[in-house]
Design a protein. Structure first.
Lengths: 210, 618
């Protein structure tokens, strides 16, 4: 028993401190972001290789709305991070929920409305609310669904991360000094936002209608 | 606990069960949904989804995610250390373990096993090629075997790179472990179900596209190609996670005084490798995902019928797959640079130049990919650009050769097995190196593209850049890893069988190529006049195969012997040789400080590292 305890103490001495581990984590996360640039960059390159100076016909209003929603959710994520740094747990938790909710709205906007997975139709306020582009519509369908799909996957994983953080925050985890989990999730969320800032014009704005 | 029970309850067994269960669930799930939607029953979508989640099943079953799942629930989990109570030490290698040395050895053993599997594929189709006409394989089996040989060997090499990097780098920089031990375990374990997927692809119909899987052929290939694409894709997670881990480890965990230009030179090679792995791997991931999606969902990227562009696949594919050959060779070249000073008893010639040439090769490697596509129909202007950039690769590579010769010059050379393999590596890599510019030149490439000349060329670069140095590393660090010495006589026998056989094989392949022998073809016209060469190449291949088996026997039997090796049999200055073998759980009991240059062999009173005094009051 005493040998086991001694072993445990020895092992404990080899664990890096929170500050040191966070330093490593931060570098690792940024390297991961840099790595992901090549993933999104390859999709971006595929868009210009296959579409050139053209674009498919998409609902401009819908695109603008989902983009705005995603950007606003970034604000709430930022607010959550600042709140935990100031030990304001109430704002922290409510902002996380707001960010996750807007993330889900964006995801629904892309998958249900833009992708139109249920094949619906609605014309209100002079806007087509359900997309017409289908996955099998040649390179336009291919690239559009690949880019929005890969991005939506990241949004979905971001929402799940935010909800995990919220759940742990609710249980009293995280402190103004130690909240790497919040910081990492916030960075990831902003990163996914910024990717969309490049994807949105590439899909909706650049080029003339095909 | 009995041996049988340990194996049956190991992560490995649980992972395989998890993979099988999840594959079955995935196939069932998709087919139930398709039936509910009234779609016709086809195999492929279910198989793809099943294969995708089967990797998650493996990792869940093996217990790779256990700590992370607890973190999600808000629990803190201390790292497990040492052998679990009541279990033998060897059981660690069958289970998820967080120690970088255990993971390194897991990588190494898996790499050698997969190397043997890929070797068996090669021997099989080499026997078919020994004579013109079809003997015992049909075209489909031949296609599957050479495609499988390619990707299985690549998987083996990536695992071998992981083995060297994981085991050596923390030891060399004085770190107790990698920066992210759990991610490190993930990097190893995700490669196992990926390899299983690729082998399963060969079993369920195989595929006929080679390891490059160019569309539109891969869009029409048999079902096996899907498992190959997915296995290849999943293996990318291993590369990316492992590379990020390595970069963070080197950036944040070096010993006191170990500035960048005082690191052992292998660490520089590992950094250059990681820089390629954590970026370029993403683009091949995109190209493979696109090919899978084009087949299953009908998204159009590559099939010209729908307006797609097959060249796009080749660009994305080679943007990774050319740099990745430097992932294969840079660690090997690092081993050559690491070992030469030890066996020459002289400082490494031009340390900084070698360090920077590794980075140079890694960065140039990103600018040359389209030289694989000179005959693919891309614009002429691109041909010139890529011809030129490819030629430039010869400069940093030449720096390395120059420095190796400079290191050996007037040294006190001794010829133990690791040194023999280093010299073999240089000779073989030279063959691969000088035959490269001929392929980089557009006019000669147009003639030699897709011939056996290419096969000879890249086998020489892979053997010289990876296989020979990897074997040198296995022999050299074997006493460090096991505490035992391998049998020198068998090691030398291995070398003297393998090296001449390889020269014959590689030069034979190139000469057959010049005569017009095409690659990826099961049969050839006797009138080509290459039948004797082909027979010779097959015999040489068999000799190489047997010599590798000798190595495996040598290492396994020596590891079980009772006799302990000397602590520093090579009189190396490197930190890992200044501590007992096998290395203790936490590497260095007391941290060391770097006080000099790493390779000042033969300089009296020069010190590289100094163990720091133990903290007082301890």
């Amino acid at each position: 028993m005493s040998a086991a305890t001694a072993h445990h103490d020895e092992a404990h001495g080899h664990e890096p401190s929170y500050a040191q581990q966070t330093k490593s984590n931060r570098l690792g996360l940024w390297l991961f972001f840099f790595s992901e640039l090549f993933l999104f960059g390859a999709l971006f390159a595929a868009r210009f290789a296959l579409w050139g100076n053209t674009r498919p016909e998409l609902s401009q209003v819908l695109g603008l709305i989902v983009t705005s929603i995603l950007l606003v959710s970034g604000y709430f994520m930022y607010r959550a991070e600042v709140a935990i740094a100031h030990d304001d747990r109430k704002t922290f938790l409510s902002s996380l929920l707001a960010a996750a909710f807007l993330g889900i709205v964006f995801f629904v906007g892309v998958v249900i409305l833009e992708w139109n997975v249920f094949g619906l139709e609605l014309n209100a306020f002079g806007v087509e609310w359900f997309g017409r582009l289908k996955p099998r519509d040649g390179v336009y369908g291919g690239v559009f669904f690949a880019m929005t799909g890969m991005h939506a996957l990241h949004v979905l994983s971001g929402v799940i991360l935010i909800l995990f953080v919220w759940n742990n925050g609710r249980k009293g985890h995280f402190s103004p000094e130690q909240h790497w989990g919040v910081e990492a999730t916030a960075l990831y969320w902003h990163y996914v936002d910024v990717i969309w800032v490049f994807f949105y014009p590439a899909l909706y704005l650049i080029g003339h209608l095909a | 606990m009995g041996t049988g029970k340990i194996i049956l309850t190991s992560s490995f067994t649980r992972g395989i069960i998890g993979q099988a269960v999840f594959a079955a669930l995935g196939i069932a799930f998709i087919n139930v949904i398709r039936a509910a939607l009234g779609l016709e029953a086809t195999l492929e979508p279910g198989v793809v989804f099943g294969a995708l989640i089967s990797v998650i099943g493996f990792l869940l079953g093996a217990g790779v995610f256990t700590d992370w799942i607890k973190w999600i629930g808000g629990q803190k989990t201390p790292l497990r250390h040492g052998t679990p109570a009541g279990k033998p030490e060897w059981s660690r290698y069958l289970n998820v373990d967080y120690n970088h040395k255990v993971i390194g050895i897991q990588y190494g053993i898996t790499s050698v096993i997969i190397l043997l599997v890929g070797g068996i594929f090669a021997i099989t189709f080499r026997l078919e090629l020994a004579q013109p006409g079809m003997q015992f394989l049909d075209n489909d089996a031949y296609n599957t075997l050479f495609s499988g040989h390619g990707i299985v060997m690549i998987a083996s090499i990536l695992l071998g790179v992981g083995a060297m990097v994981n085991y050596l780098v923390p030891l060399m920089i004085g770190a107790p472990d990698m920066a992210f031990p759990r991610l490190n375990a993930f990097s190893y374990w995700v490669a196992v179900p990926s390899a299983i997927l690729i082998l399963a692809g060969m079993a369920v119909g195989g595929w006929d596209t080679g390891w490059v899987a160019y569309p539109p052929l891969s869009l029409r290939a048999p079902l096996g190609v899907q498992l190959f694409l997915l296995g290849f894709y999943m293996n990318g997670f291993s590369s990316i996670a492992g590379a990020i881990n390595l970069l963070v480890t080197v950036a944040t965990m070096r010993a006191k005084g170990m500035s960048l230009f005082r690191m052992p030179i292998f660490v520089w090679a590992a950094i250059a490798t990681a820089l390629i792995q954590f970026t370029a791997t993403q683009t091949v991931g995109v190209s493979l995902t696109m090919a899978v999606a084009e087949r299953v969902i009908g998204l159009n990227f590559f099939d010209p019928v729908g307006g797609g562009n097959p060249l796009l696949y080749q660009h994305l594919f080679w943007f990774y797959s050319h740099p990745v050959v430097y992932v294969f060779v840079l660690p090997g070249l690092g081993v050559i640079s690491e070992l030469l000073p030890v066996f020459s008893r002289k400082p490494l010639f031009g340390y900084k130049w070698i360090a920077l040439s590794s980075l140079g090769i890694a960065l140039l490697g990103f600018l040359v990919w389209a030289h694989h596509m000179f005959v693919a129909g891309m614009p002429n202007s691109l041909r010139y650009a890529f011809m030129l950039s490819t030629m430039f690769v010869a400069i940093p590579t030449g720096v390395k050769f120059f420095s190796w010769v400079g290191t050996m010059w007037e040294g006190k050379l001794s010829f133990e097995t690791p040194m023999l393999f280093v010299l073999g590596a240089i000779s073989v890599f030279l063959i691969g190196g000088v035959t490269g510019p001929i392929l980089a030149n557009v006019p000669t490439d147009l003639h030699l593209h897709d011939t056996y000349w290419i096969v000879g060329h890249f086998h020489a670069t892979m053997f010289g850049g990876f296989i020979f140095p990897f074997f040198a590393a296995l022999y050299y660090w074997f006493p460090k890893i096991t505490g035992r010495m391998y049998k020198e006589s068998l090691g030398k026998l291995h070398f003297w069988l393998m090296t001449p056989a390889f020269w014959v094989m590689s030069l034979g392949q190139m000469s057959a190529g010049i005569m017009g022998m095409r690659r990826r073809i099961a049969d050839y016209d006797p009138a080509l006049g290459v039948a004797n060469t082909q027979m010779l190449v097959t015999i040489a291949g068999l000799v190489i195969g047997w010599s590798v088996l000798i190595m495996v026997y040598n290492l396994v039997s020596s590891a079980r012997s009772q006799e302990m090796a000397a602590m520093n049999p090579w009189r190396s200055r490197s930190p890992e040789w200044q501590i007992p073998s096998p290395v203790p759980e936490f590497n260095y009991d007391v941290p060391f400080e770097v006080v000099g240059d790493p390779y000042d062999y033969g300089l009296s009173d020069s010190e590289y590292i100094r163990m720091m005094p133990a903290p007082s009051g301890d």
